[in-house]
Design a protein around this ligand. Structure first.
Ligand SMILES: Nc1nc2c(ncn2[C@@H]2O[C@H](COP(=O)(O)OP(=O)(O)O)[C@@H](O)[C@H]2O)c(=O)[nH]1
Ligand SMILES: [Mg+2]
Length: 330
């Protein structure tokens, strides 16, 4: 159960992130005035839909069991583009057998996908870089199964800067500071396809990913039950490069079989590999479509849950609550 001071903080942050709108004496409020006494001081909270931070994410996590997906990887490895591609796929209709049922971070999705949307005006698209921030950032998606009368399910996706993971990789102390890791349902390690395509940086690209995973496991911030995905991003670049570099695909297969598998088999119950191209670069004239490999990966996140977590979510709402916002009133 959240303490009083946590509730105070939460209330304050929710208020900071909402637009407090007092209705002006317009026609509408005059109608209210004549029908209801309370309407005189009518206040509406309009949620702004920006990214959640740790406090505001409780708007979702205190409400329903929520699946937390941590996207981890170096700067520019394609973490934000991956989740934006998922959001954009839901704009077109059902995606990976799921239906979009809402999001409390809609304007954040829109803001981040803005660059991709106006790609037609530019030679190629790019996702805005995630800024280094002290607080965590989350995207929220609420989904339903395609089957009729299925329940809504909530998902939070981290949108953290690669610098955070660089620090975690290099320091046990820093790793232990990020308690959020203990709550992960899925830990998704992104390996930058652009770096791996280049013979000069591919070794380092792989080793950085291995070191990050090792640090999280050695520090016991991830446990054997955490579901881990190792994702080779920007597969369009790898494919294009492999036309002239015949060692590249062999290198990637060896990395999977000889580096990740022996290490992870001992420490993790379930891990998988994925190859995705969320936003292929049109200049490469790749045959891969935007979102290549994403549905398969996304299905794992929505269909598989860990047997247990190191930290169990605390949901203890005793009083009867009429409106969601009342949860945050003391
Ligand atoms: N060619 C190519 N570029 C991509 C792909 N996914 C992302 N990018 C680009 O890689 C850069 C970094 O992506 P971003 O998602 O911001 O990385 P993050 O720092 O890990 O969040 C951006 O310019 C993206 O447009 C992809 O599948 N193919
Ligand atoms: Mg980012």
């Amino acid at each position: 159960m959240a303490t009083d001071s946590q509730n105070n903080n939460l209330q304050q942050t929710v208020e900071e992130q909402t637009t407090l709108h007092r209705s002006s004496p317009s026609k509408t409020s005059m109608i209210h005035d004549s029908t209801s006494l309370d309407a005189k001081d009518h206040i509406e909270y309009l949620y702004t839909g920006t990214a959640f931070n740790l406090s505001t994410s409780k708007l979702v996590t205190l409400n329903r069991p929520t699946c937390l997906i941590i996207l981890a990887g170096p700067v520019e490895s394609g973490k934000t583009t991956l989740i934006i591609n998922v959001y954009n796929s839901f704009q077109k209709g059902p995606f990976a057998d799921s239906i979009f049922a809402g999001s409390l971070t809609l304007s954040e999705f829109e803001r981040c996908s803005h660059d991709s949307r106006i790609a037609s005006y530019r030679e190629y698209s790019t996702t805005e870089r995630t800024k280094v921030q002290d607080d965590y950032r989350f995207f929220h998606l609420c989904l339903r199964d395609k089957k009729p009368r299925s329940k809504k399910r909530d998902f939070l996706f981290t949108d953290l800067s690669g610098e955070v993971f660089e620090a975690i990789k290099n320091s046990e102390e820093e790793c232990k500071r990020h308690k959020l890791l203990l709550r992960a349902d899925h830990f998704v390690l992104t390996l930058d396809g652009n770096k791996i395509a280049d013979p000069l940086s591919r070794g380092q690209g792989v080793n950085d990913g291995l070191m990050l995973l090792r640090q999280c496991l050695d520090s016991k911030m991830l446990g054997p039950q955490t579901l881990v995905d190792i994702v080779f991003t920007k597969w369009d670049i790898i494919k294009a490069k492999s036309r002239t570099d015949d060692k590249l695909i062999k290198f990637i297969n060896e990395v999977q079989d000889n580096k990740f598998r022996p290490f992870l088999s001992e420490r993790i119950e379930r891990y998988r590999f994925a190859r995705v191209a969320a936003e292929p670069d049109p200049r490469l004239r790749s045959e891969l479509k935007p979102g290549y490999g994403v549905p398969k990966l996304f299905r794992r996140w929505i269909n598989e849950a860990p047997k247990s977590r190191i930290i169990k979510p605390k949901i203890d709402v005793k009083e009867k609550i009429e409106r969601q916002i009342d949860r945050y009133h003391l």
